[in-house]
Ligand binder design. Structure first.
Ligand SMILES: Nc1ncnc2c1ncn2[C@@H]1O[C@H](COP(=O)(O)OP(=O)(O)OP(=O)(O)O)[C@@H](O)[C@H]1O
Ligand SMILES: [Mg+2]
Length: 227
């Protein structure tokens, strides 16, 4: 078992006497190799749930475990290290640094880790090769298409050798053909490396191709479907 959320809730303070539940009594087990989509209307709590799994948000109540270890109460610094060691992130808007080349964007988070230079280089080239962009390594983001930029961001995520990738609406800015290419890449990484993926998405194409769909409503898991 990889990640486990036990009775996790997240309350947002939204002004005097107003509170919003971003997540409510969530119980969820994420296993090695899961390929899962969080689906639900805008404001239902998908991003909140991803952020709780990532440790970017601390739960108001409940606990999060990783490999049996309670990670709910780690310090900010410990949580950052935990994220860097185990998780990769992919976003709707790619979040590449515009002044860095594709190579340098992938290299950047690796430099925050204690890895020697030769290994960093190997990992960057390996990751860019995995996403089919080896020959584009010296291009800047603005010289790449949206789909290619998303590939760079996927390379950046996998170069850190995470066990889990969290992807918030990864295909939302892509046309349907490019979307499918990116989904195929996720599937390849999932089956070749047993890499776990959790998506938040409105993209029916992606929803149809995941193994598990979690329907989120009002911060709760309303339903679950296996494909
Ligand atoms: N930082 C915050 N402060 C206060 N309320 C918040 C905050 N972040 C989210 N919320 C509220 O929590 C609820 C869940 O939001 P969340 O962003 O998780 O939804 P979502 O399912 O990701 O929506 P979308 O599909 O639009 O991305 C919403 O009611 C939202 O307004
Ligand atoms: Mg969201």
């Amino acid at each position: 078992m990889q990640f486990e959320l036990k009775n996790v809730s997240k309350v947002y303070e939204t002004g005097q006497e107003n509170i919003t539940y971003g997540a409510k009594n969530i119980n969820l087990t994420i296993r090695e190799g899961d390929f899962m989509a969080l689906v639900g209307p805008s404001g239902s709590g998908k991003t909140t749930l991803l952020n709780l799994i990532a440790g970017l948000l601390a739960p108001s109540t409940g606990e999060v475990f990783h490999k049996g270890e309670d990670i709910t109460h780690l310090t900010l610094e410990e949580r950052t290290k935990h994220r860097l060691d185990y998780m990769g992130f992919v976003f709707q808007d790619y979040q590449l640094l515009p002044v860095l080349t594709a190579y340098e964007n992938v290299e950047f988070p690796l430099q925050l880790k204690n890895i020697d230079k030769e290994e960093i280089k190997e990992r960057v080239l390996w990751a860019l090769d995995q996403v089919g962009l080896a020959s584009f390594k010296d291009r800047f983001p603005k010289q790449l298409s949206g789909g290619q930029q998303q590939r760079v961001s996927i390379a950046r995520a996998i170069a850190c050798r995470p066990s889990l990738i969290l992807a918030d609406e990864p295909t939302a800015n892509l046309d349907s053909k490019t979307s499918q290419e990116i989904i195929d890449l996720f599937k390849k990484l999932n089956s070749e490396f047993n890499l776990t993926f959790i998506f938040s998405t409105h993209d029916q194409r992606l929803i149809d191709q995941v193994k598990t769909v979690l329907y989120i409503k009002d911060g709760q898991i309303a339903d679950q479907k296996e494909h």
